[in-house]
Design a protein around this ligand. Structure first.
Ligand code: BGC
Length: 717
């Protein structure tokens, strides 16, 4: 008999219920929940109560703020020692959000947030980034990473947009696969795909508010990244905290069992999101008590509850089974999955994987972070070659994001909200201002904050310094925030920043707008005053030098927008919109009228395309579409470029999108170099979801587009 089956046979109901319970570190630390004493220390009494008596099987989170790897290892040792004192000695499974690197481990390398990584179009790089993040997490003794985020970011207002890979299905699919592979190839590390399913499209744009997503749309857009992530080997999934079509996902047997287990055949661990079982009672109001919320969520299909503050969840399980309301066999299914995961991670043999882990190589790791940051920056406007900057100009840097590490890193940085980043981030990592000063020359760069993140104007000396300057770099955007703390009333930039921009514009100096932000804040009210615009989506530790490099010309920008940059808060339509949302078609105001198109991004060199070829221009439904195109760097410097391949379905029973991205490939070309880029796409992947919820692909006319080239082809039989 296998170890797991043997254990299951010997386990009491209480021991099983404990395995299904996950608490936050706060519950075993000195202090109160959400108010843990700093520096954090574990309380022996609480450890005894939670781990030894209540037999809790999993712990998460950080308590106060990031700890060093050595401190983490001590904490994990203490927790595993308590687990070893229980009757069966089953090790605890520790999980941490590892969002853009090991954000809760001091000294780890922090990378661009996922939205920035998506802009690189570089799946190989993303795989390396997540491997490194997994190693930094394991070194701390923590094997379970709550990453990657496989949600689509289709509403620019959503405060978690930067945590996702953008609005497109293909990019999100490919990047999710890369990130999952990156984690899974590090022995002893486990990924967790978040947040199954349909998070990220709440009607109000505010976090965790109701979403209405038809099943067809769920299947065509939101499901594929999870399907691909699971196929890439992710052993666990976290559930969406929200409700879809009136049903909280934590209560949805359809989504968690019929679809995830039945259709997708997933047999790994399904963990809830934070406190989401009790929320079925207190927030969603589909359960009249915590006890019935436990029953509903287990019947729906969860395995482990991130309770995160209580152990009542475990007590309710025991009670529900003893009273015959839940079959013990159902509990066994979940416990079996959890124990299998612990076994696969090697925790029964080595409960703390951190001790023998090789030391980090900070220099090498920073080089990877810098490369990622460089490739993630998107140059949006460059009138008459305003950038790169001429040498020896007098540059005035203005704005709240210029000297702010919160704006460089975003949320999930040392703390959940990233509010302590300026204090905790090691001094060797510069802010944008510091990096730019050291690259461009101190005496040529002056700075006025102009306004802070709270929108208080700080414009003293602005006028004088503007007079002095040859050029202004106006740094606007966002500070750090996460989840509901980042919900917005208005997608335009904050009033203080708009006012600052007006004051700067009065000086009529050539101005570069540098946006450090987590979502595309509308800039249409500012437009016209900048000859150059660039954006980065929280680019991380390499971000400051990368931005400085783009400005000076040391780095050639190559990022492409993984989202549609809206012109106004009333126009939030993604690029793969329907024909009736096309401005040109209607001749009057319709919906789609972006500031910058999806996939947009300039370079300091030029690329041209020619000879778009299809191996066969009549293909069968089970064929491959074999495409080649010649791409040439026609400018005078080398550069990276992401080649994107789109298709258009001309007619279909469900109104087709104007275009859909089907593949992308990043290449580097020397000045004058030309290369043939090839793609091979399964024709079947062009299917949409029909009214019967099944993939459907009509025979007929289609088009293929790369750059400004277009070619028709037919699907026949
Ligand atoms: C977030 C998850 C995260 C969890 C644990 C929740 O609030 O929605 O993404 O993994 O907390 O920190």
């Amino acid at each position: 008999m296998s170890r797991i089956e043997d254990l299951l046979q010997r386990m009491t109901l209480a021991e099983k219920a404990g395995q299904m319970t996950q608490v936050t570190l706060d519950t075993i630390s000195y202090g109160k929940p959400y108010k843990v004493k700093n520096p954090l220390r574990l309380s022996p009494q609480k450890l005894k109560k939670v781990i030894e008596k209540k037999l809790v099987g999993s712990v998460l989170n950080v308590g106060t703020h990031a700890h060093t790897p050595a401190r983490w290892r001590e904490l994990i040792d203490e927790i595993q020692a308590a687990a070893a004192r229980t009757r069966l000695g089953i090790p605890v499974l520790y999980g941490l959000d590892t969002i853009h690197g090991a954000n809760y481990v001091m000294g780890s390398t922090l990378f661009p947030q996922q939205l920035g990584l998506a802009a690189t179009g570089n799946t190989e790089l993303v795989e390396q980034v997540f491997s490194l993040a997994a190693r930094d997490t394991l070194r701390a003794g923590v094997p379970w990473l709550f990453a990657p985020v496989a949600d689509l970011g289709r509403d620019p207002r959503w405060p978690r947009l930067w945590e996702a890979f953008g609005e497109d299905v293909q990019i999100t699919k490919d990047m999710t696969v890369a990130a999952t592979k990156g984690i899974e190839k590090v022995e002893g590390a486990a990924s967790c795909l978040k947040h199954f399913l349909g998070y990220g499209y709440p009607q109000s744009g505010m976090d965790r508010t109701p979403a209405w997503i038809p099943e067809r749309q769920l299947r065509e857009y939101y499901l594929p990244p999870f399907v691909s992530g699971l196929a890439a080997g992710s052993p666990s999934v976290m559930v969406n905290s929200g409700e879809i079509n009136g049903e909280p996902v934590h209560a949805s047997k359809f989504l968690l069992t019929d679809l995830l287990r039945g259709e997708l055949g997933f047999d790994g661990v399904v963990v809830t999101d934070w406190e989401d079982v009790i929320y079925l009672h207190t927030r969603h109001r589909v359960a009249d008590s915590y006890r019935s919320a436990v029953k509903i969520s287990i019947e729906a299909g969860i395995d482990m509850s991130m309770t995160a503050m209580d152990t009542d969840f475990a007590d309710h399980i025991v009670d529900l089974v003893e009273s015959g309301e839940l079959p013990e066999a159902r509990i066994d299914e979940s416990v079996r999955r959890i124990l299998r995961m612990k076994e696969k991670l090697g925790l029964f043999e080595i409960p703390n994987p951190g001790h023998d882990f090789p030391a980090a190589k900070p220099k090498k790791d920073l080089a990877l972070a810098t490369k990622a940051a460089e490739q993630s920056i998107v140059l949006l406007k460059n009138k008459r070659g305003a950038l790169p900057l001429k040498k020896q100009q007098r540059i005035l840097v203005v704005g709240p994001t210029a000297n702010s590490k919160r704006s460089l890193h975003g949320g999930w940085t040392y703390t959940w909200q990233g509010e302590k980043t300026d204090e905790l981030d090691p001094s060797e990592h510069p802010t944008f201002l510091a990096a730019f000063r050291s690259e461009y020359g101190k005496k040529n760069v002056r700075y006025v904050q102009g306004c802070n993140h709270q929108d208080e104007l700080k414009m003293k000396k602005l006028k004088d310094k503007l007079k002095w300057a040859d050029r202004v770099i106006l740094c606007l955007g966002e500070s750090s925030y996460t989840e509901f703390f980042g919900s917005l009333d208005d997608l335009y930039l904050s009033p203080g920043q708009e006012e600052l921009s007006v004051q700067v514009a009065k000086a009529k100096k050539p101005t570069t707008l540098l946006l450090l932000q987590g979502r595309p804040r509308c800039i249409s009210r500012l437009k016209g005053k900048y000859d150059s615009i660039l954006t980065a989506f929280y680019p991380g530790h390499g971000g400051a030098t990368a931005l400085s490099g783009v400005l000076t010309g040391r780095v050639n920008p190559s990022g492409r927008l993984p989202l549609t940059y809206p012109r106004s808060p009333n126009s939030l339509i993604p690029y793969d919109h329907k024909s009736t949302e096309n401005q040109e078609l209607q001749g009057a105001k319709s919906a789609f009228d972006p500031e910058f198109e999806f996939g947009y991004g300039l370079s300091y060199t030029d690329f041209s395309y020619r000879k778009l070829k299809l191996k066969k221009d009549v293909v069968g439904q089970n064929d491959k579409l074999k495409v080649s195109v010649k791409v040439k760097n026609t400018g005078r410097r080398s550069g990276g470029h992401v080649v994107q391949l789109y298709t258009r379905t001309h007619f279909a029973a469900i109104t087709p999108s104007v275009r859909r991205l089907r593949a992308f490939q990043r290449i580097e070309l020397q000045a004058g170099e030309e290369r043939t880029v090839t793609f091979s796409i399964d024709v079947a992947d062009l299917a949409y979801i029909g009214l019967d919820q099944q993939p459907r692909l009509e025979d007929g006319k289609y088009s293929l587009m790369i750059g400004d080239l277009e070619k028709d082809f037919m699907i026949a039989g």
